[in-house]
Design a protein around this ligand. Structure first.
Ligand code: IPM
Ligand code: MN
Length: 374
């Protein structure tokens, strides 16, 4: 018996396809639990919480989020809540949670797997050169959190959102991006709109001041409009991309297309306090396909893969899970969003079972020959 306490994983299924992909992720976590002492609990967030408790993010959920070791969130939001005032909407719960947990950077790896070339909109020669990008999105500031409002009436009615960044906010996310680049292929693209925006000019200054601390990293600046174009024309040139909150939101969906489907993208948000990391697939609640069992669970499962590596420090298990996903895709087991012509797609649950089985088998293969029980 271990004396160390189990890792506590808090699952926040949320809305739309969130619960379906969270179930899938939990299946994989159960396999991992045979090798890492971990325990999963669940609670409400978003519209699901609003319907049940009257609040999209209640105090209990917040408390559980800071008391656990890792949070896995499915998705929040849906059309039935779209007409609510901003501060009651499910999305606001997520934004508040990000703020309260001091999550300053959101890491979104964008990878086109060789088994999914058919699903990418890229021309064959471009897809073949590979897509392996880490989008580092600033998560705690910018337009999402600046002063906002509406005033006036009639045609004079005015609405505004404010884009502001402090040097400190930029520094912390830029430093994280340099650390990522240093660990990866040592190339960093900082994305801004410095030909127009003051915040972008400060952003660029901070990047230029930080670059000498990482002499092994090649640094370039791109305007966001050009970056969107280059990501489509020549994705293989990118390694780490760092950018502010709104640009990062937009460019990472573009990354979803490059990867074959946004359903493939995982993410982790990291905290500058002593809060845990928040893991979440990038795809969102996708209400139009919710409840049909057709959502791609790989974004959520790959979020578990990041959790194994980052929170639990089990790079070995993370690697096995990644290879298990390759095995399953190799067998032409695809959900509808990444389906191949002539191959009937599998359900969310079937994809999850296949990955969980291969994951278990790969761990078994690794441990049995040299294991203590022969
Ligand atoms: C994302 C989502 C969220 C965002 C929404 C749901 C608030 O689009 O995580 O990319 O805009 O940050
Ligand atoms: Mn988004």
């Amino acid at each position: 018996m271990s004396i160390a306490a189990d890792w506590q994983v808090l699952l926040l299924p949320g809305d739309g396809v969130g619960p379906e992909v969270t179930d899938a992720a939990e299946l994989v976590l159960k396999v991992a639990a045979e090798h890492v002492p971990l325990r999963c609990t669940r609670t409400l967030i978003g519209g699901a919480s609003l319907n049940e408790t009257g609040q999209a993010l209640n105090e209990d959920t917040l408390r559980l989020c800071s008391a656990c070791d890792a949070v896995l969130l499915g998705a929040v939001g849906g059309p039935q809540w779209n007409d609510l005032p901003a501060e009651n909407r499910p999305e606001y719960a997520l934004l508040t949670l990000r703020r309260k947990m001091k999550l300053f950077a959101n890491l979104r790896p964008v990878k086109l797997r060789s088994q999914l070339l058919h699903a990418s909109p890229l021309r064959e020669e471009n897809a073949g050169r590979g897509v392996d990008i880490m989008v580092v999105r600033e998560l705690g500031g910018g337009l999402y959190y600046g002063p906002r409002g509406t005033d006036g009436t009639g045609t004079g009615q005015r609405a505004y959102d404010t884009l502001a960044y402090t040097r400190a906010e930029i520094q912390q996310v830029v430093r994280e991006a340099f650390r990522q680049a240093h660990r990866r292929n040592r190339s960093l693209t900082s994305v801004d709109k410095a030909n127009v925006l003051e915040t972008s000019r400060l952003w660029r200054d901070v990047v230029n001041e930080t670059a000498p601390l990482y002499p092994d990293v090649d640094t370039e600046h791109l305007y966001v409009d050009n970056c969107a174009m280059q990501l489509v024309l020549d994705p293989a040139r990118f390694d780490v991309v760092v950018t502010e909150n709104t640009f990062g939101d937009i460019l990472s969906d573009l990354g979803g297309a490059l990867a074959g489907s946004i359903g493939m993208l995982p993410s982790v948000s990291i905290s500058r306090g002593d809060h845990p990391c928040l893991y979440e697939p990038v795809h969102g609640s996708a209400p139009e396909i919710a409840g049909q069992g057709i959502a791609n669970p790989l974004g959520a499962i790959l979020s578990v893969q990041m959790m194994l590596d980052i929170t639990f420090g089990r790079e070995d298990l993370a690697q096995h899970l990644d290879e298990a996903i390759d095995d399953v895709l190799e067998k032409h087991c695809f959900t509808r969003d990444i389906a191949q012509k002539g191959v009937p797609p599998v359900s969310t649950g079937e994809m999850a079972r296949q990955v969980a089985d291969r994951f278990a088998a790969r761990i078994q293969d690794m441990s049995s020959p040299a294991g203590p029980h022969g």
